[in-house]
Design a protein around this ligand. Sequence first.
Ligand code: NAD
Length: 260
Amino acid sequence: MLKGKTALITGSTSGIGLGIAEHFAAAGSNIVLNGMGDAAEIEATRARIAATHHVEVIFSDADMSKPDAIEAMFLKVDEKFGGVDILVNNAGIQYVAPVDDFPVSKWDAIIAINLTSSFHTTRLALPWMKQKKWGRIIQIASAHALVASPFKSAYVAAKHGIAGLTKTVALEVAEQGITVNAICPGYVWTPLVQKQVPETAKARGISEDEVVNNVLLAAQPTKQFVTIGQVAAFAGFLASDEAASITGAIMPVDGGWTAH
Ligand code: NAD
């Protein structure tokens, strides 16, 4: 049970992040939602999670590509809850193109949102965790933190960077009751993956059906998408006291993809 704890999940208005927010709320944690989207829909989600699980849920629209906005989000959260006990760095975007055609603006955005934002949230969350001598930092990395795929240069570089950040911070705080780990999902059917199907079809010169069956699911020996619930449950375990000895670990949840 995470009663009385506060969990901040970046990029939690959709997909995996929203699933993790629901999972932590069900375990009794107060929640900070963050992300982009329709304001009315986000407010409905915020209110529903709060009412269903009898926890406090607030929302920050901080843009994870902007360090000032991340700092403002932490000021708001610190004022409301004192600090963040569980930080889930989940916000992420994808773009698929050959490296010599890769738009510079997309490279910069992916590195900022998928990698640099985790540096900022981590440095801002740690003082409270150190004071409490308890904390959990969970990165939603990717199988692409462990292996590469063509046409995803920025994403693979950012996710490999997250693996390095995870191990480094884990070593720095190991004696202070704080664990830092990376979950590396294979393909999960979320808007992020749905959007890359046409882009991948174009980059590889194949149909969208072929992308799903011959590229995405071909990578996973189980031939199944990983589910949001599976990733959220694993994040929940990493936040528990039973997982206190798991730190600095880069862990696949990928249907066997990286066993190849
Ligand atoms: P998604 O598109 O459903 O969700 C992404 C979330 O990030 C949304 O809430 C979005 O609003 C938010 N976001 C995007 N840009 C942002 C910004 N600048 N500032 C703040 N929030 C922003 O995608 P998803 O599949 O749920 O992805 C979540 C994470 O999981 C990402 O880091 C992704 O790389 C990782 N991941 C996904 C898969 C997959 O197959 N879906 C696999 C491995 C890893």
